[in-house]
Ligand binder design. Structure first.
Ligand code: C2E
Ligand code: MG
Ligand code: MG
Ligand code: MG
Length: 285
């Protein structure tokens, strides 16, 4: 009896696994078709320079306008894309699209001209030999200066992929900037920062927004450590004035978050800014 019950459990598990696998395969096929068919779109979120209070760059964030499903957020499909080379095709597309967008904004003039852009690149893509070609192709096709492009990599990638480090060094040699995304959620120690081929550290939203005691000290510590290694610091997920004040007091270089602007389509990008007074305190405007 126990035996047959056990077999039943295995069968149910099997069915669930089969269903899960076929759902993933279906999603992957739809995503592949969507990428080829122009269903993916980049939204852009302003990143503000905390010295001037003005938007200096934007982060490109992918969304999927999937017919019948509305606007699908990246967390629902990037993990599936990362299971195959699809995430590399997506990354190549995002690099080309984001650099082309800078050209369109430059031509348009006004508050969107002259911005820099950051593109998220998957660890899987970073480990591919063609990553460097994908970046240089995007720069050549657009004519955008390499220094206007930042590649964002999550910190776990640096631990997992030896080739990734090599590619980051090559990117920096041609003038592309490198940022570690979601810093603080992985296992990189502050000591390792001095040896990593990166220019910018992005402090994860959980440290910036969590009201837990001690996080303020941690953020201040991260900022001063990053500065001592000549890294710039961007705070992610800034939602409240009090967080902005704390970041200004800690000499953080840049910030992004819903306090200033949400990610929006290219044509809707606002002139996000806040007023900086002599004491270095900011007030949103
Ligand atoms: P990320 O690179 O850390 O991007 C920041 C995420 O935080 C974005 O979510 C953004 O909308 C969200 N965010 C910004 N400010 C705030 C805030 O004040 N409060 C809160 N609660 N959230 C805020 P999004 O757009 O859903 O992207 C999620 C993740 O998907 C990204 O995290 C990134 O890891 C990945 N991703 C997005 N676009 C791409 C892409 O083109 N390629 C790859 N490989 N990954 C991407
Ligand atoms: Mg990012
Ligand atoms: Mg992040
Ligand atoms: Mg993230």
């Amino acid at each position: 009896r126990a035996k047959s019950a056990g077999r039943g459990v295995v069968e149910v598990f099997d069915d669930e696994l089969r269903a899960e696998l076929s759902a993933r395969a279906e999603l992957e096929t739809a995503l592949r078709r969507g990428l080829d068919g122009g269903e993916l779109v980049l939204h852009y979120q302003p990143v503000l320079d905390l010295q001037t209070g003005r938007t200096r760059s934007v982060e490109a964030l992918v969304r999927w306008q999937r017919p019948g499903h509305g606007l699908v957020p990246p967390d629902s499909f990037i993990p599936v894309a990362e299971a195959s080379s699809l995430v590399c095709d997506l990354g190549r597309w995002a690099l080309a699209e984001a650099t082309a967008q800078l050209v369109r904004w430059d031509a348009e003039g006004g508050h969107r001209a002259g911005l820099d852009v950051a593109v998220n690149i998957s660890g899987r893509h970073l480990a591919q030999a063609h990553l460097l070609d994908d970046v240089t192709d995007a720069l050549t096709a657009s004519g955008i200066a390499a220094s206007r492009l930042t590649v964002e990599i999550t910190e776990t990638v640096l631990v997992d992929e030896p080739l990734a480090l090599e590619h980051l060094r090559s990117l920096r040699e041609i003038g592309v900037r490198v940022a570690i995304d979601d810093f603080g959620t992985g296992y990189t120690s502050i000591g390792q920062l001095s040896r990593l081929p990166v220019d910018v550290l992005k402090i994860d939203r959980s440290f910036v927004s969590s009201p837990e005691a001690g996080n303020g000290d941690l953020v201040r510590l991260l900022i001063s450590a990053a500065h001592s290694f000549s890294l710039g610091v961007v705070a992610e997920g800034v939602e409240e004035d009090t967080q902005l004040s704390a970041l200004l007091a800690a000499s953080c270089d840049a910030a992004q978050g819903f306090l200033f602007a949400r990610p929006v389509p290219a044509d809707d990008l606002p002139a996000a800014a806040f007023a900086v007074d002599g004491a270095g305190r900011g007030a949103r405007s």
